[in-house]
Ligand binder design. Structure first.
Ligand code: HEM
Length: 188
């Protein structure tokens, strides 16, 4: 497991990603902006200006068991593959009821009842992902989820998101914003 990496998603006028749309799914949305920059490490910790900034940190796994971790490692791809010119940034806040549950109760909802990992695994390696934790940072969202895929996998990404949103886990989500982005394919 690599050490925790601080990340800042900065919406404004610069960054490689064009913001195509910002859709509130539950609760309050976020303002529309033109571009998104993804800052990592010390860059993410410095002072930054933007129309909005979401901060998070990569962390250890909480729910995945050994078999699931091995399956993820075997098929997950790195970020910024040249062909992966589409992205989704989906910040999520869960309810107080969720946070009041015990770890085993959360795992049961997350995987045994909702099959979050087994649904997600069906879409690897086409979709690359990184999960960022924000709950302990006092941020407005608990998680900032980030996904990258090629245009030909856009439909299967929608299918996967719809499946996840119909699971029992999503009853514990009180704020969710679906932000879609694209970028030009790098030359060469
Ligand atoms: C590419 C498909 C996906 C895969 C393989 C996947 C896999 C995972 C895994 C393994 C975890 C648990 C990490 C841990 O053990 O702590 C997780 C957590 C999470 N995922 Fe996904 N996921 C996928 C898609 C999505 C999508 C599309 C969303 C949002 C719409 C999402 C939202 C979340 C959230 C919010 C968490 C944190 C849950 C919590 O800790 O309460 N995932 N995902």
């Amino acid at each position: 497991m690599p050490p925790p990496l601080p990340i800042a998603f900065v919406a404004g006028r610069s960054g490689i990603w064009r913001i195509d749309r910002v859709c509130p799914v539950s609760g309050e949305g976020l303002p529309v902006a033109d571009r998104l920059a993804v800052l990592e490490g010390s860059e993410a910790l410095g002072p930054t200006e933007g129309s909005w900034i979401l901060r998070g940190v990569t962390s250890n796994t909480r729910y995945a068991n050994r078999l699931e971790v091995d399956a993820l490692v075997a098929s997950q791809e790195a970020l910024l593959r040249p062909q992966a010119t589409r992205a989704a940034l989906i910040p999520i806040r869960k309810t107080e009821t969720w946070w009041d549950l015990a770890q085993d109760e959360r795992r049961a909802i997350f995987e045994e009842q909702s099959r979050h990992i087994s649904i997600g695994l069906n879409y690897l390696p086409a979709i690359a992902r990184r999960l960022h934790h924000s709950h302990e940072l006092g941020e407005p969202f608990d998680f900032i989820t980030w996904f990258e895929y090629a245009p030909e996998h856009a439909e299967s990404f929608e299918e996967m998101v719809q499946q996840l949103r119909s699971t029992p886990e999503w009853r514990y989500i009180e704020r969710e914003v679906d932000i879609r982005l694209s970028r030009d394919e790098p030359p060469g």
